[in-house]
Design a protein around this ligand. Structure first.
Ligand SMILES: Cc1cc2nc3c(=O)[nH]c(=O)nc-3n(C[C@H](O)[C@H](O)[C@H](O)COP(=O)(O)OP(=O)(O)OC[C@H]3O[C@@H](n4cnc5c(N)ncnc54)[C@H](O)[C@@H]3O)c2cc1C
Length: 409
């Protein structure tokens, strides 16, 4: 029997690659360093009354997203329509009225339109129109969508993402159904890949538990992990690609989850809260999850996320809670019945949020995605051009690379 294709990482891309190999009857094995499946797709309670998505949550480009069919097949629930009044905004000491919410929405739309139109490989802020009083909120939304401060992200690189404007939250947990997609697949968890050596007719994969021969290798780890040197690459085209991956870094994006006994009345019927504190460059964003176990999730990206994560979970929590106290008063703290935080930036198996092309590196990213690296190939969110940074982009890139590696006779 021929050596298997070895797939490194059991996130959305690794699962996609494994499903493609299985569908084609090609021998394969997925090696995953952590003790769980899903990577950045992870739904867990982490000590709170209800489970929540630590990583991906929205089915982006939902009208064309191939994971929607999987969600349906696996009984996942998601919301397809936006609520009537999704946003609540607090600025200058008060919650604003409907016309200001409309102005904020228009400023956000104008910013994204400008990025999409510009085509310039420069830092995003260079192509933005003046958003006036909404500047901190617009910068914050851009940072969350890019997974990094806008100043570190190429406008042209960001615009390679083909947004359809349909974003559906997975109410039952995005990570939960991605994990369920892996049922029956050949995956070994708790095994860390240390090095890959390309040979003329395959590759050798060195793990912490010995060496394995492979007919081909599909590497799906984040660009943060690739750039860290945690996996050594023997000389060859794969090593040449990895040497350039530092210009497609993995940003920073963390969440702070507050379980609430009740939501503040101001938030009834809304889904997003933006708090603009006086003098702050960035607004503080919250996602509102109503229901029997209501939650408020603070989303933090870029340098703010990096600094707070480095300072520890208490610093992240204090930052988010401090913003809530500004907007609702000290009494809000008594409504919080549990807190939890993510730690993607410091997790050695992820080392960040998701990928962005640095200013000047938009074409490099396109070239790296198109590069032929032989029997050691790359998949994952960073290797999807039009669906970059997303779970469905990761999944599809895994499927595509596995299909290329296992041509049907
Ligand atoms: C806070 C946050 C919010 C997000 N929100 C959304 C969203 O709403 N919608 C959306 O579509 N996307 C979202 N994303 C992005 C999405 O989660 C990712 O793009 C996607 O899950 C990445 O999948 P992947 O398979 O490319 O990589 P990963 O999920 O990172 O999988 C790689 C796997 O490789 C493993 N690994 C690492 N090193 C080794 C090694 N040496 N040996 C073996 N295994 C190793 C890792 O443990 C991991 O399981 C979000 C991400 C974050 C962090």
């Amino acid at each position: 029997m021929s050596d298997p294709i070895i797939i490194i990482g059991a996130g959305a891309a690794g699962i996609g690659a494994a499903l493609e190999c299985a569908a084609r009857g090609a021998p394969y094995l997925v090696l995953e360093a952590s003790d769980r499946i899903g990577g950045r797709a992870y739904t867990a309670a982490s000590g709170l009354p209800g489970a929540w998505d630590h990583g991906c949550h929205w089915l982006h480009c939902a009208d064309v997203n191939p994971l929607v069919a999987w969600a349906d097949q696996l009984g996942a629930t998601y919301r397809t329509a936006e609520v009537a009044n999704p946003y609540q905004i607090w600025t200058d000491g008060a919650f604003v009225g409907a016309s200001d919410v409309h102005a904020y929405d228009a400023a956000v739309t104008a910013a994204f339109d400008a990025v999409e139109r510009s085509g310039r490989d420069v830092p995003i802020p260079e192509v933005l129109p003046d958003a006036g009083r909404w500047t901190p909120a617009v910068r914050q939304i851009l940072a969350l969508m890019a997974g990094e401060d806008a100043a570190r992200v190429s406008a042209a690189g960001y615009a390679d993402y083909a947004d359809t404007g349909q974003n559906w939250p997975v109410l039952s947990g995005y990570g939960a159904f991605i994990g369920a997609m892996a049922a029956g697949l050949s995956i070994r968890t708790g095994i860390t890949v240390r090095a890959i050596t390309q040979r003329s007719n395959g590759a050798t994969v060195i793990t912490d538990q010995g060496a394995l021969n492979a007919s081909g290798v599909i590497v799906t780890v984040s660009t943060g992990v690739l750039a860290s040197g945690a996996i050594g690459f023997g000389p060859g085209p794969a090593a040449d690609l990895v040497a350039k991956i530092g210009d497609i870094p993995c940003g920073a994006y963390e969440k702070v989850a507050f379980a609430m006994d009740v939501l503040p009345p101001e938030l009834h019927g809304t889904r997003f809260l933006s708090i603009q504190q006086a003098g702050a460059d960035l607004a503080t964003s919250f996602q509102i999850i109503p229901g029997a176990a209501p939650m408020m999730l603070c989303h933090v990206a870029g340098d703010t996320a990096r600094a707070l994560t480095a300072a520890g979970p208490a610093a992240l929590t204090d930052y988010a809670q401090g913003a809530l106290v500004q907007a609702f008063g000290a009494g809000i703290s008594e409504r919080i019945v549990g807190t939890a935080t993510t730690g993607w930036t410091e997790n050695p198996l992820i080392l960040g949020s998701y990928s962005q092309a640095r200013p000047g590196a938009a074409q490099l990213r396109r070239d790296l995605i198109a590069a032929d690296t032989g029997c050691v190939a790359f998949a994952g969110e960073a290797f999807s051009l039009h669906w970059q940074s997303t779970a469905h982009g990761a999944y599809q890139s895994g499927r595509d690379v596995a299909a290329r590696m296992t041509p049907l006779s």
